[in-house]
Design a protein around this ligand. Structure first.
Ligand code: ADP
Ligand code: MG
Length: 247
């Protein structure tokens, strides 16, 4: 399995601000002049407190929302162009599996949405990849929370997306399950090398999984800054040195 055709260029969020209009003409500024770039094949984690604008940024990269000012592009295109071509894989915390469908049918769903023939081989590969062999015919209600999360990640990978966008995908899990899933998925990502943005509120998870961690800090009036923390994924177990933390 490969992670889609090469993008050539990266995800670029340039000077993006986003305000939401509220009732009676009031508005709330969710993010202010955020710059963020994700290189092809890079795994970036976006962390920050609740309300700091993480989901807002992810939704704009997914083409689900528009910046008020600034621009978001993927390989030089508007994200909607990639979304239309089914080249973005997205998974959210509430994993949104269809309860009446089996694991296999849930993972096949993107093929049906895209009007493509189901690639059985690809679906089998994904079921293996996320460690769910033997559960292909189970329904979501028969699975643990961690297993459901793996199904939703497999589903996001179904069409070999160029970019994977994950919004707090492990948020609903207990700490032990979450850690176990992190370890398993790190192996998956090492294999796929897919361009990934992971939104999380867990610093530990971000540092463990990502090549680079971007921190959104809440300021008054929900204005946020991006601080790059310059972590590099340790290539060997004990390489996490203090001098990685430089600003
Ligand atoms: P996070 O994901 O970091 O918790 P969000 O991106 O969800 O933060 O929200 C950032 C800010 O924007 C919050 O103040 C939130 O209330 C506001 N916000 C997000 N979406 C909307 C919306 N659709 N309408 C109004 N305000 C919104
Ligand atoms: Mg959020």
């Amino acid at each position: 399995m490969n992670a889609g055709a090469p993008l050539g260029r990266s995800v670029r969020v340039e000077a993006v601000s986003k305000s939401f209009r509220l009732k009676r003409g009031a508005s709330v500024q969710a993010i202010k002049r955020v710059d963020l770039e994700i290189a092809e094949g890079e795994f970036v984690a976006l962390i920050g407190p609740s309300g700091s604008g993480k989901s807002t940024i992810l939704r704009m990269i997914a083409g689900l929302d528009e910046p008020t000012s600034g621009s978001v592009t993927i390989a030089g295109e508007h994200p909607r162009v990639l979304a239309r071509d089914h080249r973005l894989g997205v998974a959210f915390q509430d994993h949104a599996l269809l309860p009446w469908l089996t694991v296999r049918k849930n993972i096949e769903l993107p093929f049906r949405v895209a009007g493509r023939d189901v690639d059985r081989h690809q679906v089998d590969d994904l079921i293996d990849l996320v460690g769910l062999r033997g559960f292909a015919d189970a329904r979501p209600s028969q699975l643990s929370g961690g297993m459901r999360q793996r199904v939703s990640i497999a589903r996001a990978l179904a069409l070999d997306p160029s970019v994977l966008l994950l919004d707090e995908p492990f948020g609903a899990l207990d700490a032990v399950t979450r850690r176990r899933l992190n370890v398993e998925l790190q192996a998956v990502w090492t294999r796929l090398r897919i361009t990934t943005l992971l939104v999380t509120h867990s610093v530990e998870e971000a540092v463990f999984l990502a090549d680079r961690v971007v921190v959104l800090s809440a300021r008054p009036a929900q204005v946020a800054d991006v601080v790059e923390v310059g972590f590099e994924r340790p290539r060997e177990p004990d390489l996490l040195r203090d001098d990685r933390l430089h600003r």
